[in-house]
Design a protein around this ligand. Structure first.
Ligand SMILES: [Fe+2]
Length: 383
């Protein structure tokens, strides 16, 4: 593959470090904006983070409206509602504040601020990216979790209600103008959610690294992201106020999303199915299927060699099975599920999970070709 043509894109401007969220207000003020929209969710409002940011804007003379009607697995209606508020409030910029759901929704809100619906038109799987123009308002992303890395990504995952499918809206123009990685913003995240979102970041780095795509830049970033999340997530879970560990996890999360421009694999396809059918938290879903999916992918010699090469980063032998064991023990130590036994999924549902996963856009990129019946076997092992 080194002999083929490739196009690479690397992340947006990143403002990293404690205090970066407050500094963003200064940056926006310098741009001369007077009105803006904060897209967030109810959890962030309850945690008081949206209000802190709103007050910061107000003291700088900038009027901001908070839109918080975003579901944990966001739907198109959330984006339509947010775009309506954006237009009615005559906002000049969008801030996405929260985990992946508010930031992904904010990306679509900024798109709908200057693009007509319906959202189906922009479905990446149907070539919808060609309709997305570079005429959208400035967009600032502030993650409050370290997981999706949506703040450095060019895509948004949103469920379109008419099809009940998680749909990818993609365009380089969806990339945030600035990504704000402020570890102080993530300290209030409870241990369970810290672990689940952090595992998502780990899986992004891992699936991206294992992918058979020639992308040495992304591979280097992914290996560093694997190392950082494996090492620092237990510290962030153990002590939520550990600013250094929180910062490392924000970096690992942004690295994961940077690396997964290579693509993701069947682990995410199954996690997407579990999210759509059972509203399972995306990080928990990824954790629950990870060990079995790694074992499944071992049939690929490339995967076997790459997993083995991770040994020294995970404090274990340079051996694929040892690496899988280390990852399984790590998940257990973080109180993460390593099967689907606690999810109350009826055995009869295994088929519809497979049907969904095989149609998922991540599936064809898996390093081992996924055939009919393969996902079924993985699910049956886990139930
Ligand atoms: Fe993910």
């Amino acid at each position: 593959m080194p002999t083929l043509r490739h196009t690479y894109n690397f992340p947006t401007r990143i403002e990293y470090g404690p205090g970066a969220m407050k500094d963003l207000v200064v940056i926006i003020k310098r741009e001369g904006f007077k009105k803006g929209l904060i897209v967030t969710d109810e959890g962030i409002v309850k945690a008081g983070i949206a209000e802190i940011l709103q007050k910061e804007f107000n003291s700088a003379g900038i009027d901001v409206v908070i839109f918080s009607r975003v579901k944990s697995n966001p739907i198109d209606a959330n984006a339509y509602d947010g775009a309506k508020v954006y237009k009615e409030s005559k906002s000049e910029f969008v801030v996405g504040l929260g985990g992946g759901s508010p930031i992904d929704t904010a990306k679509v809100v900024k798109c709908l601020a200057t693009h007509d619906g319906p959202l189906e038109k922009y479905d990446d799987a149907k070539g919808g990216d060609k309709y997305i123009q570079n005429n959208m308002p400035p967009f600032y992303a502030i993650p409050t979790t370290a997981g999706t890395g949506s703040e450095v990504g060019r895509s948004s995952v949103i469920t379109i209600q008419s099809t009940n499918k998680k749909t990818i809206i993609f365009s380089p123009y969806l990339m945030p103008t600035i990504a704000v990685l402020d570890p102080e913003v993530t300290v209030s995240l409870p241990p369970g959610l810290t672990a689940a979102t952090g595992v998502d970041a780990f899986v992004h780095n891992l699936e991206a690294y294992l992918m058979d795509v020639f992308h040495p830049f992304a591979d280097g970033i992914a290996r560093e992201g694997i190392y950082r999340s494996f090492k620092y997530l237990p510290h962030a879970v153990e002590n939520g106020n550990d600013i250094a560990a929180r910062g490392e996890m924000l970096m690992a999360s942004a690295m994961g999303a940077t690396a997964f421009q290579k693509g993701l694999g069947v682990n995410h396809s199954i996690a997407h199915a579990l999210g759509v059918f059972y509203d399972t938290h995306h990080g928990l879903a990824n954790a629950a299927v990870l060990v079995e999916v790694m074992k499944y992918n071992l049939k690929s010699l490339n995967v076997k060699q790459k997993l083995a090469s991770l040994g020294p980063l995970l404090n274990t032998k340079s051996d694929a099975e040892a690496v899988i064991n280390a990852i399984e023990n790590w998940l257990i130590s973080l109180n993460m599920p390593v099967n689907l036994k606690s999810f109350s999924i009826p055995a009869i549902d295994a088929q519809r999970i497979e049907d969904y996963a095989l149609e998922d856009p991540c599936c064809p990129l898996n390093p081992r070709k996924v055939e009919k019946g393969d996902v079924l076997k993985i699910i049956q092992q886990l139930l």
